[in-house]
Design a protein around this ligand. Sequence first.
Ligand SMILES: O=c1[nH]cnc2c1ncn2[C@@H]1O[C@H](CO)[C@@H](O)[C@H]1O
Ligand SMILES: [Zn+2]
Length: 361
Amino acid sequence: MAAPTAEVVRRAPKALLHDHLDGGLRPATVVELAEASGYDGLPTTDPAALGTWFRDAADSGSLVRYLETFSHTVAVMQTEEQLTRVARECALDLAADGVVYAESRFAPELHIDGGLSLEQVVEAVLAGFREGEAEAAAAGTPIRMRALLTAMRHAARSREIAELAVTYRDSGVGGFDIAGAEAGFPPTRHLDAFEYLRRENAHFTIHAGEAFGLPSIWEAIQWCGADRLGHGVRIVDDVQVGDDGVAVLGRLADYVRDRRIPLEMCPSSNIQTGAAESVAAHPISLLKRLRFRVTVNTDNRLMSGTSMSREMQLLVDEAGWTLEDLRWVTINAMKSAFLPFDERLELIEHVVKPGYAALGA
Ligand SMILES: O=c1[nH]cnc2c1ncn2[C@@H]1O[C@H](CO)[C@@H](O)[C@H]1O
Ligand SMILES: [Zn+2]
């Protein structure tokens, strides 16, 4: 099968499970919001230069340094108007890129410095998603948005944020997540939150196996009960590939594959934080070949200067992916969405499959 063209990749329906709201602002919006609110900490007020600055600063090879860049975006997401605008633009930008379903995550506790309550933060973001959905539908590029509420793994508010996720589960919140520096902050620190969510029949994903290896993945699954893994790239440490190409899986990798645990993989982000060498060498292609439940994601569009189309195009250009592969990861993502089963089926059958069929897959 010939490699899909850039136009085909752009038009292909996409599903996005791992995208940070505070990592996806338009550079021009960061500049405007900083100016209007009096935030004078930006390294430059030229939008193009600021976009480059984020990419370069995030290109540090270290997750901790990468995360430092978020201080500038979080600084301009402290009022209801700011949060609603950022959320609306997020939905519009994703829809324009061919994304038909997206889960966008953010940490409510990072947005209360201006005096908002956690509830006000969540409601402002959900209002922005609704606005963006309505405008995108009117523009002929419908998208369905869900929020994931993140708790910061170094902090101590995870139980509270988990309760917030349950409170808003029928109003646009799909589930819960923990993020932030991984080394030194194992997911079991937040066991109370995860046990609460399981008792509530609620869904959650955990950033694990990004900056730290197999023990983090093992805890996330076997102690915490994560539905999905954020990144999970280091699961390849439990896969041995012989010279003949035959792969032998360890018990944890076997478990992840047997149970169809979704891996929210983010190639460009992983290269920036040093979790992978290059797109060509990224474990995602091996894991796809071994039929793990692989998905493709953006993580932070601003910090990586990326989009879903760009991540997919990189896999096509540098790792030999086909349109069939893109269709497969899109269906994997829809199957793994924190959305009711009937809504997932509807999107797969009525949007994703016909969309790829029209493109020749
Ligand atoms: O790849 C990542 N790994 C871990 N944490 C992350 C990553 N990207 C963003 N955040 C963290 O999640 C918070 C809420 O969205 C962001 O503020 C950032 O600190
Ligand atoms: Zn992430």
